[in-house]
Design a protein around this ligand. Sequence first.
Ligand code: PA5
Length: 426
Amino acid sequence: MIKVDVSNVISEKEIQKYQADVTRINKMIDEKTGPGSDFLGWSTWPSDYNKEELERLFKEAKYVRDNFDVLVVAGIGGSYLGAKCALDALKGLKGQDKPEIIFMGQTFSPNYTAQVLEYLKDKNFAINVISKSGTTTETSIAFRLLKDLLERKVGKEKSKKAIYAVTDKARGALKTLCNQEGYSTYVLPDDIGGRYSVLTPVGLFPLAVAGVDVKAMLEGAAKAQKEFDNDNLQENKAYRYAVSRDYMLRHNRPVEMFVTYEPQMSQLSEWLKQLFGESEGKEKKGLLPTSATFSTDLHSLGQFIQDGTPLLFETIVNVLNPQLDVEIPSDKDDLDGLNYLAGKKLSYVNQMAYQGTLKAHEEDGGVPCNIITIEKLDAKTLGYLFYFFMRTCAMSAYLLDINPFNQPGVEIYKKNMFHLLGKKGY
Ligand code: PA5
């Protein structure tokens, strides 16, 4: 479903030096014996997810589609990025579909929040609140505001049919509220952390409402699950990519730049930045994940990538065939000198930009580039891709001797913020 070329980053000989470690770690993942292994639920989820819960999810997603103009999704981090990424990648940036999906609660921004609330005032909207802990401040504030607006608009009883939650099965303030109010609730299993949760109701509920074929997405992930539970480094694309990343870190390339030539794939880079950054950035180790969208960023960051401090390597996700295309028209005067492109598609121009840039960066700039090629992106391929990256991430982090599933560092700013805000106990 995807091609993964790491040959510009690491040689076959260097790849094979990792074989013993990869075999050991793959066993550790399968047998759930490594650090954080009680959070490995995502690794078998595509084959053992709760089928009954999915049927209920389809039914309720259809109800939302049929009865509301807007679904507002309130969540942050792993409770936001996966759905946003899949929506952009599969539905585009200027989608006209109904219901419209809007995100709130991924920021404290007063401007953005006020604008969304204003926009919703005369809209028929439902709410999907997503929080594993049920206590995340951004999400909780957003949900309080949304619930308040909805209840003022349609009343408390009617609101109950318009609120859908995804949270822990038993713990957290959100779960208590859902129980009390009788909101429909989906469970994010104990053994799946936020950034590994895109294939659970966290991602699937908003995507099903948006009309994405989430069954196909799970099928793609199940295919990847089968393929990547394989310690053979000659065959396993995810592990080959994982060792290439490790090799770069150990050879003075501490920055991985995720590159796309398709703006609707930029959110994939955001999802990847969280997945890898939060999983690996510990104990003063890990690659810094960053991203660029070309050709846009070739007119800004391009100079640095080509000629600046040699600290990064690229991982390019190249989608060969876009869902839509545009032909460049001929012009009788040709004053802009573009007639040499008349009749050509923008996808062709974009691919030539890709090929020209790759040559410039690799050959002239000396920037190592991994290339992930996708023939055409659909829900099944995206499900496969999500699983591919999660499996890569577990392997990469374990190669660094790091627990891929905790995030101790993100608690420190929260403590300071709560202290400043006067929260009890801080
Ligand atoms: O990956 C993670 O665990 C985090 O990014 C969380 O997803 C994020 O902090 C949101 O947490 P919660 O779902 O508990 O609101």
